[in-house]
Design a protein around this ligand. Structure first.
Ligand code: FAD
Length: 413
């Protein structure tokens, strides 16, 4: 009887990276990639960018062609969500029956947080999947008053796409500034200038009091805000964050983060029990995983493309390799595109002492440096894609603040 091999739960970016990495390691046992959606694995960043902007009907931004999975002998199961996990018997329960594993990589990502009470109301969307993007694209093709709830990156990209069609757009954000968690107050405020320059109204420090529907109660007509204002709306996109997709693990011995339900891992991405012990044969990576990032001396869960790909690959390598497990460290990196301008961030904005320095140089770009003690811990660039990776080396160094400032001073005159 053949070995049950490697099972990867989650046919997204981290899951694909995991499968490919195992084969690169010379793994010859069966690999099964379990996906909850109906499609082969696809890429998410284009969903809120090119795909919404396109004049032609959208197509799925596939991560790999079907041939690639055949070539690597990876058995991809679509429409097959994992429903439960028995770590003693090493069995994943799926809608298509039980699947035994020898090694398991959990890469099931996250799903959009919903606005309570809006299920089934037409005109209200979240954006995480291809189906979400396709529905929003369709609605953008005819005149629409657009309200975006949440001024995060995805909300901002949707607003930017809607403005490109000439639609009036209002973003509603409960916090006093956008993107405070990712960029700090000043960094978020600098990004928000792009909204003002491109005709998007930004309403800050106000929540949603009520979603108002038509007389049938089926379609959104307006949003009433907590300050009493009412915004007419034909299309509402809710961008209030994502929640790790771990409901299926609730009865397992896997430790789930008490705040967001993400999977607790050690520094090698081995999955932990509630007592902090690694569970044999199980690893995790991508948006679902919390792990201690030694470069910043803190536990993190990132929702960034680059780290999802790297973590998926390392989780599988550690799962199947005979050599000792490698630890995962990362300088977090993400990008976002608003109104034709690229925003990029390396490092972390979580600093003991935060100091923001920005310069608007002759190219119109902006650079924001984040300081923690004597170290440059994060850099935000707006419209300076040529610089961001050059700053990365300072972010990993101790005592790098002065060197980072000098580097920026030379380049941002
Ligand atoms: P996912 O991509 O969420 O994939 C997980 C997969 O697992 C999903 O297909 C899901 O259906 C499946 N799954 C869930 N539960 C189960 C289950 N029980 N059984 C089986 N399968 C399951 N990052 C950037 O750095 N820059 C960007 O510009 C950017 N833009 C983005 C735009 C959008 C619209 C979105 C949604 C994300 C964006 N990101 C961006 C973030 C980036 O795409 C994610 O960090 C990355 O996709 C995470 O990959 P993942 O494989 O961990 O999770």
């Amino acid at each position: 009887m053949s070995s049950p091999g490697l099972v990867v739960v989650g046919a997204g970016l981290a899951g694909v990276a995991a499968c490919e990495s195992a084969r690169r390691e010379g793994y010859t046992e069966p690999i099964t990639l379990l996906g909850a959606e109906s499609y082969l694995p696809y890429d998410r960043p284009p969903l809120s960018k090119e795909l919404l902007l396109g004049e032609a009907a959208p197509t799925i931004p596939a991560l790999r062609e079907r041939d690639r999975f055949e070539e690597l002998d990876i058995d991809v199961w679509t429409d097959a969500p994992a429903l439960g996990l028995d770590t003693q018997s090493r069995i994943v329960t799926t809608g298509r029956g039980d699947l035994p594993y020898r090694h398991l990589v959990i890469a099931c990502g996250a799903s959009s947080r919903e606005l309570p009470g809006t299920a089934g109301v037409s005109g209200i969307h979240t954006l995480r999947t291809y189906a979400d993007a396709e529905a929003i694209w369709k609605r953008l093709q005819s005149p629409a008053r657009v309200v975006v709830i949440g001024a995060g990156f995805i909300g901002a990209e949707v607003a930017s796409a809607a403005r490109s069609y000439g639609h009036p757009v209002t973003i509603v954000e409960a916090a006093p500034a956008p993107l405070t968690r990712s960029l700090g107050v000043e960094g978020g405020a600098l990004c928000a200038e792009l909204h003002a320059r491109n005709g998007t109204e930004l309403v800050l420090g106000v929540g949603v009091a009520e979603v108002m529907t038509d007389t049938s109660g089926q379609a959104v007509r307006a949003i009433r805000l907590t300050d009493g204002r009412t915004l007419d709306a034909d299309l509402v996109v809710v961008g209030i964050g994502a929640v790790p997709s771990t409901e299926w693990l609730a009865d397992s011995e896997i430790a789930l983060n008490s705040i967001d339900g993400g999977i607790e891992c050690d520094a090698t991405l081995a999955v932990l029990t509630n007592s902090g012990d690694p569970i044999e044969g199980i690893w995790a990576g991508g948006d679902v995983a919390h792990w201690p990032n030694a470069l910043f001396d803190r536990r993190m869960r990132l929702e960034h493309w680059a780290s999802a790909s790297e973590q998926g690959a390392l989780a599988a390598r550690n799962a199947v390799a005979v050599s000792p497990a490698h630890t995962y460290t990362a300088v977090p990196y993400f990008w976002s595109d608003w109104y034709g301008t690229r925003l990029q961030f390396v490092g972390t904005s979580h600093a003991d002492e935060l100091l923001v320095q920005h310069r608007v140089d002759k190219t119109g770009g902006t650079v924001v440096l984040y300081r923690s003690g004597t170290r440059l811990t994060g850099v935000l660039t707006i419209g300076r894609p040529d610089l961001i990776m050059k700053y990365r080396r300072f972010v990993v160094q101790a005592d790098s603040w002065c060197a980072g400032v000098d580097f920026g001073a030379d380049r941002c005159r």
